[in-house]
Design a protein around this ligand. Sequence first.
Ligand code: ISC
Ligand code: MG
Length: 468
Amino acid sequence: MVRILQQSHGLAAFERAISLAHQSKREVLFSQVTLIDEVDPLQFYEAGYKLYQGERSFWQDRTGELTLVGAGNAQTFTSNKKNERFIDIKKQWNEFLLEAVRTGENHAGTGPVAVGGFSFDPRQEAELEWTNFSNGYFQLPSFMLTVNAKGDCFLTSNIVCSEFDDSKKLWERMQEERNQLLSDTEESMKDVSVIKTTEIEPVKWKTSLTSVVKRLKKGEMEKVVLARKILVDFDGKKRSDTVLERLRDDQSASFIFSLEVLDSCFIGATPERLVKKSDEHILSTCLAGSIARGATLEEDQHLSDLLLNDEKNLHEHELVVRMITENLKDLCREVTVPSSPALMKIRDIQHLYTPVKGIAQKGMSVVDFVDRLHPTPALGGTPTHLAMDVIQKEEKMNRGFYAAPVGWMDAEGNGEFAVAIRSGLLHDRHAYLYAGCGVVKDSNAESEYQETLIKFRPMLRAVGGTMQ
Ligand SMILES: C=C(O[C@H]1C=CC=C(C(=O)O)[C@@H]1O)C(=O)O
Ligand SMILES: [Mg+2]
């Protein structure tokens, strides 16, 4: 049983929330933060399986500063708007929080926090596997574990109070559920086996890519990111717990996330940050241009040198830096960009990497930045609108939340969003995995195909899929 180390005067604040709901005849959020014993985030996630499967979320940032685990939906926020999906979610979130009653300590990533994401391109027709997801989908967890860099653990309990609620019953139910979640309910997980792993039309994909390269050579556009899909079939339903465990062991230098929606789970380990906002500080990272890791130190260094000096990859990268910098300049008082890219090395691949920092203008929320930056040319292309049309026409699939913003936001408009690449969707007895690559005029279908194979590796390994 995980102990609650410091209990705030929750009941008085809770009764205030209930009476506010009675007076205003509106829903009022009660949010309580308590310090708890050290708990392993994955153990907390697994403990939520029995009561809250289909309503869990996981977020671990790549610097190890913050881990969030959500269990149960106190409230969900969905949007089926298209280009306005970002603003719609922001508006719903702000309105919902207007009368919120908060109690307990206030630390980054505690209290009312919504975890979720947006679709890549809302014009794409929903394929069967994505039907549970809206164009914007966020969960405010009933119980959320927050672990900070020092290892402090906080539990936020959220209850939405309505005018019809009886305070005593609701309070007791919350305490009961919380105790159940915190008591050690570890049970051994039975894993399923892979039946087969199938690449979806790889030859057609290469042909499409070659036709896009021809258009790029003619100067119709500068860059288009083309993605493809691998299907893994299991002999039963694959649990997100087992996938997260593997991702956490193998990909600790990436953002690790999961978002359960009913019987689906969007899950991944992405190295790419779209934007982080902490008060006025903004950080975005440009990540594009890739090469394999070497088998020896020397070979790895040789590949790094090749990447840092390769015209094609530098061009692929530069377009992302340009777009992110220009857009941040509109929303920030100050923007700083290094003059040349550095390297980001992760387990299977190395990338060109440029961090861009800014000081936000007043009144901005992290969602305003997401709205402005998505899709960057690391997943869309240049110019954006043309590239999005080409993606829609050539890929013949729905990306869903793949390559789109996924992350969290708090009541103050702070938060962090990653770009959900190196990811997949668990649904029914299947995993749909996605990977893409930046296509420019000097691209070659075979080497871009090989690049996607490397990018599929982390998720393939995590679900247990194999390729010949
Ligand atoms: C689109 C993906 O990667 C992007 C991010 C980093 C490097 C990329 C590249 O070199 O092509 C891609 O732009 C993916 O992993 O699915
Ligand atoms: Mg590339």
